[in-house]
Design a protein around this ligand. Sequence first.
Ligand code: COA
Length: 210
Amino acid sequence: MTVPLLLVAAGGLAREVLSVCAAIGRPVQGVLDDDPVKAGAEVGGTRVLGPIDHVERYPDTELLLCAGKGSVRRDLAVRLEGLGVTDDRYGTVVDESVHVPSTCRVGQGTILLRGVVLTTDVRVGRHVVCMPHVTLTHDDDLADFVTLTAGVSLGGGVVVGEAAYIGMNASVREGRTVGAGSVLGMGAALVTDQPPGTTYAGVPARPIKE
Ligand SMILES: CC(C)(COP(=O)(O)OP(=O)(O)OC[C@H]1O[C@@H](n2cnc3c(N)ncnc32)[C@H](O)[C@@H]1OP(=O)(O)O)[C@@H](O)C(=O)NCCC(=O)NCCS
């Protein structure tokens, strides 16, 4: 029997995940969210069951962190670890349109939305989010908590550091690195390495703030 999912954070990403779950027939127990206004409300056809601290009430579920920002997903993972949640409690959600070749690895807690392409030898870490039509090519390496928004394209051998965020339709030249915690703006073309903790944008991408 398929273990039901328990989503954490009742925002737009959770609704996107629920849409995938409905299409692939994946059962969902509900959503946990700390916002008292959302308690008991319906989100994307499922119910907000209560705050995140209630996670222990649902032991027979797989968890999925649905905060859009990787740094927030990382904070949630640390908090849940403090509540006794072990790494193996996390599920993954992969849209039915996505093929994960046997040469590629996708970590637990990761979400791949519609039209994501992985060519070969791609490593996707834990709690990564790839929004629609992200293209990952040979030997790309995404660390944990990375967020790639719609239409991002990575050339071969690109390394994206932990919790980095890449805006819509940005592209990264082959072999380049996007540093941990960095933001690359929408529409950017990154042709250099981007240091950790920086914000770059434009064509070619340049720092807009440190
Ligand atoms: C890069 C980004 C993070 C900067 O946001 P910000 O810190 O709020 O910066 P601001 O909007 O104040 O812009 C700062 C400057 O950078 C410029 N800028 C912002 N984003 C830019 C981009 N993507 N490309 C080129 N220039 C950009 C602004 O025009 C502004 O220039 P100015 O100082 O000459 O007026 C943001 O614009 C961005 O691209 N976010 C990604 C959005 C996205 O993909 N969302 C997906 C949701 S699912």
